[in-house]
Design a protein around this ligand. Structure first.
Ligand code: 9WN
Length: 451
């Protein structure tokens, strides 16, 4: 019996209604030129959201999925970076294109569409694999064009990460802003952010997110936002030059989760390249990058804590904060068999996905047994369907079918209220953050279509 108690009675949709709701969510968020991450809170294209969104779309209409990924790839900077936001022509989000000012400050940034000046986790090759597979099953040939034209772009994106985001040359990729992790205010970043001192000359700003989420406790605090904006200010001052940013940013952290995703995605991209006759030298370079980053993730694993750690490159120390990111080695491999089995058991065990009070058995962003657990507060406790999907997909690839199947069933239970929330209270199943979030809809579609 499930022990979680929902605050309000939850609707429970069957799979046909749920699939229809997910498709409706994507079409509602379709503004013609792109599918936005969410209707009000995120009215633009976010890099890793779009990778996931295109997977769900592929089940509905492969041409639209291809177009979506092409739009993102079309905003790639000349130096290879895939920006974290591609702005639509509408406003409604802060910081918007004027605050970023990338096209004015960096010759590699596109003038149109406007983009932000940082990046997000490199999950795009996983999306390409998924879209190609779905398109081939359903006989939709546009996926072959995406493969031929998108592959070299994704190669350049991975190459950019290796060139500009591996400051120690050891395979551990660094981020220069918490937003680059995709897990904005995770307690992982508390220590490095504490060292970020917003200058007195931080230009004034007004947040928009607080007008759109009624309970402000579900969003990051004002001090957190000052730091987010200060880091952007620092980047503006060096014209978003990738190497100078890494040299000067007050925040520079080796992100174990991003590194694991990079290792996984590089392998996936290598295989796609091999299958489709891309240059052999590039395919083997991808495999080398994957191996190096996999080894970096294994080195970051702390056997005493039983979790992998991030590394604060500014303070020169490991960050032993216990969050979902600590399970990164399960995404990409690299640990010995016994350690890996132990880590998998821990993920499924009572501190995490097997916690007896969870509404649904998916791993929350922070364990309910941790003093830092805040069940309603953004990346400090809630459950994120998209993260469950990522682990589920990786587990299926690795042959851990039972665990993948369980994640799928539990996550579908979590989202069967049909709100397609951005994240969920892990103990009650209450929807939190934005509603009609595109990537939640897409996860549902992919899972419902792969029963
Ligand atoms: C900042 C769009 C994005 C996700 C991130 C999530 C959140 C933005 C914000 O929303 O970040 O990039 O304004 O909070 O943390 O993972 O891509 O859904």
């Amino acid at each position: 019996m499930r022990r979680g108690v929902a605050h309000a009675p939850r609707r429970r949709l069957g799979s046909v209604q749920l699939a229809a709701g997910a498709a409706w969510t994507l079409s509602r968020n379709d503004i013609g030129t792109m599918i936005t991450a969410a209707p009000r809170l995120y009215p633009h294209m976010w890099s890793w959201d779009t990778a996931f969104i295109s997977i769900g779309l592929a089940h509905l209409n492969a041409d639209r999925a291809v177009a979506e990924l092409e739009t993102l790839l079309g905003a790639q900077w000349r130096n290879g970076m895939l920006p974290h936001i591609v702005f639509s022509s509408g406003g409604g989000y802060f910081p918007g294109p004027e605050r970023w000012g990338t096209a004015e400050l960096n010759p590699d940034a596109p003038e149109s569409p406007r983009t932000s000046g940082i990046c997000q986790p490199p999950v795009h090759a996983i999306a390409l694999r998924r879209i190609v597979d779905i398109g081939r099953q359903t006989g939709q040939s546009s996926v072959e064009r995406l493969l031929a034209e998108g592959w070299p772009r994704l190669y350049r994106w991975h190459e950019w990460l290796v060139r500009h985001r591996d400051p120690r040359g050891m395979g551990m990729l660094a981020i220069v802003h918490g937003w680059e992790s995709g897990m904005d205010n995770s307690p992982r970043w508390d220590e490095p952010y504490a060292a970020v001192e917003p200058g007195a000359d931080l230009p004034p700003y007004a947040r928009t997110d607080r007008n759109l989420v009624a309970d402000h406790g579900e969003r990051p605090s004002d001090l957190e936002y000052d730091r987010y904006l200060w880091l952007i200010e620092e980047m503006r001052r060096v014209g978003y030059d990738a190497d100078q940013v890494v040299r000067t940013s007050s925040f520079l952290v080796g992100d174990v989760f991003v590194t694991a995703l990079f290792a996984l995605a590089s392998e996936v991209l290598a295989t796609l390249g091999q299958e489709s006759g891309q240059p052999a030298a590039q395919v083997s370079r991808l495999r080398e990058w994957a191996a190096r980053s996999r080894a970096a993730v294994a080195t970051a694993y702390d056997p005493d804590a039983g979790l992998a750690r991030d590394f604060d490159l500014r303070a020169d120390r490991w960050l032993s904060v216990r969050t979902i990111a600590g399970f990164a080695p399960l995404l990409c491999g690299g640990l010995d068999e016994a350690a890996e089995r132990e880590l998998l058991d821990r993920l499924c065990g009572p501190d995490w996905a097997g916690h007896p009070d969870l509404f649904a058995a998916i791993p929350p962003s922070v364990s309910p047994n941790d003093p830092a657990f805040r069940p309603r507060e953004y990346w400090r406790g809630p459950g994120w369907p998209v993260i469950a999907w990522l682990f589920g997909w990786a587990f299926a690839q690795r042959g851990w079918t039972a665990q993948a199947t369980r994640l799928r069933a539990e996550c579908l239970h979590l989202v069967d209220d049909g709100t397609f929330a951005e994240y969920y209270h892990p103990l009650t199943g209450e929807p939190l953050g934005s509603r009609q979030q595109s990537w939640t809809a897409t996860v549902v579609l992919d899972w419902l279509h792969t029963a």
